[in-house]
Design a binder for this molecule. Structure first.
Ligand code: SF4
Length: 447
């Protein structure tokens, strides 16, 4: 997959705004936002589902243990990792809702009830740990989250609206976020849409101005059914119009937002969205990080316990690639052994690397198969595959293909008579049974 580059610099975006910008006539949204949250639970076939936002994927060991206990007591015992580095609890019943909210507040995971579904912030998982990137952007993520929660109007953002904070290494810049902040240095941040370059002290203000500008613009554009956009990309000419409105706001506040220099070297570092390497890495402070793959993105209570025990002061970082980084690990050899023994993927030859699956049966009523079970069986049967050099593979219980990763991947789709396996380049096979599926999937993943 090629990097999802921000739009090229467009001077028109930053041209003086002529005339009055049309003012929003009021919300024209007709369909309620169905995005699940911690308070707005989603009815799935296996019970209610709660999605807990974890801005930047940053979570303390205490909160991780608290969530694992919550899932064991109120749900099915697992913590489900999403492609936005959030966590989900499944199998809840309606009587659990109040207890869930109360305990999430105690854990510090519900700082604003009104904003709980809009705290969608991806962050570079290794920022401030390995010395790469242009700056440590964890404080920027936390500041963005705080100010987002303090902005009453931004509680109106759709649950799908996504911020991304990249520390300059290009891992999050390559993801399809609505508002992207990229560290050029410790004191300069570049933002899209609009290609603004601002002092770091103004970065949050500019990011929130872009989000407010999206709300303004979405109220001027609706589809034929009267439905407003959920994302900037859903708007006609969205990035340019949102940037124009944001610029208008910023000038009114006296904030100077200048176009970036297109030739800035940091752009050359943008990489395609790709999983982090698994295993131990040295940190700048002499301690280590340990990145582990969570099999099919489902973390069991005993695995959560291991990660909480081996991580140090800065806890864990959940990544958008269904992996978790344990930070400030004091004894990396023992930690890696413990994680491996708990069933987590600790090296790039792990059979779990690059394997994802939707909920499938019994979690989803639309599913034609228990894709979690079948993906697990096939992953175990192909455990000698060189997974790190293979295409990702995604298993889907129906043609909606929920959770399918962006970019090239092998598509395994449940059908009435088995699975259809295709690589997106015209090679499609029908397969059934673990052995046949394993050989077919492995051949397509190797290209
Ligand atoms: S892809 Fe289909 S079966 Fe899987 S979770 Fe989505 S709707 Fe359900």
């Amino acid at each position: 997959m090629g990097p999802s580059m921000p739009p090229p610099y467009d001077p028109a975006v930053l041209a003086p705004v002529e005339g009055a910008i049309p003012q929003p006539p009021g919300s024209s949204r007709t369909r309620p936002d169905a995005c699940p949250g911690a308070l707005t639970l989603h009815q799935a076939a296996d019970g209610l589902l709660a999605r807990i936002r974890v801005p930047g994927g940053v979570l303390s060991a205490t909160a991780l243990i608290g969530l694992a206990e919550l899932s064991a007591e109120l749900g099915d015992g697992r913590l489900e990792l999403t492609s936005r580095a959030n966590l989900q609890l499944r199998g809840l019943d309606a009587t659990a809702a109040t207890e869930l909210a109360t305990r999430l507040q105690t854990l510090g995971l519900l700082p604003s009830l009104a904003h709980e579904r809009v705290r969608n912030i991806l962050g570079s998982p290794l920022s401030g740990l390995d010395g790469l990137g242009q700056a440590d952007t964890i404080d920027l993520v936390q500041s963005l989250d705080r100010e987002l929660c303090a902005n009453v109007r931004l509680a109106e953002l759709p649950g799908r609206f996504l911020f991304g904070v990249d520390d300059g290494r290009g891992d999050i810049a390559a993801a399809a976020t609505d508002v992207t902040l990229i560290a050029i240095s410790a004191s300069k941040i570049r933002l899209w849409p609009g290609d603004f370059a601002v002092d770091a002290s103004h970065a949050v203000t500019v990011a929130l101005a872009l989000a407010e500008a999206f709300l303004d613009e979405r109220n001027t554009q609706t589809d034929p059914a009267g439905q407003a956009a959920w994302r900037i990309a859903d708007l006609v000419d969205g990035p340019r119009l949102v940037a124009r409105r944001a610029l208008h706001r910023l000038r009114a506040r006296g904030i100077q937002a200048l176009p970036s220099e297109p030739a800035l070297g940091v752009l050359a570092g943008f990489a395609p969205e790709a999983p982090l390497a698994l295993g131990v890495a040295e940190q700048r402070n002499g301690l280590h990080s340990l990145t582990v793959q969570i099999p099919l993105g489902r973390l069991l209570p005993e695995q959560a316990q291991v990660l909480a025990e081996i991580s140090g002061r800065r806890g864990i970082r959940i990544t958008p690639w269904r992996s978790i980084v344990a930070t400030d690990v004091a004894d990396p050899v023992t930690a890696a052994e413990s994680a491996h023994d708990a069933g987590l993927g600790t090296e790039d030859s792990s059979p779990w690397l690059g394997v994802t699956a939707c909920a499938g049966r019994p979690g989803c009523a639309k599913a034609l198969a228990d894709v979690q079970h079948d993906a697990r069986a096939v992953a175990m049967a192909t455990r000698t595959a060189a997974a790190s050099t293979s295409l990702p593979v995604h298993w889907s219980g129906c043609s909606r293909r929920c959770g399918r990763p962006a970019g090239a991947s092998v598509d395994v789709l449940a059908t009435a008579s088995g699975y259809q396996v295709s690589d997106g380049e015209g090679r499609t096979h029908q397969a059934a049974g673990v052995a046949e599926l394993a050989s077919t999937v492995e051949a397509l993943r190797r290209g």
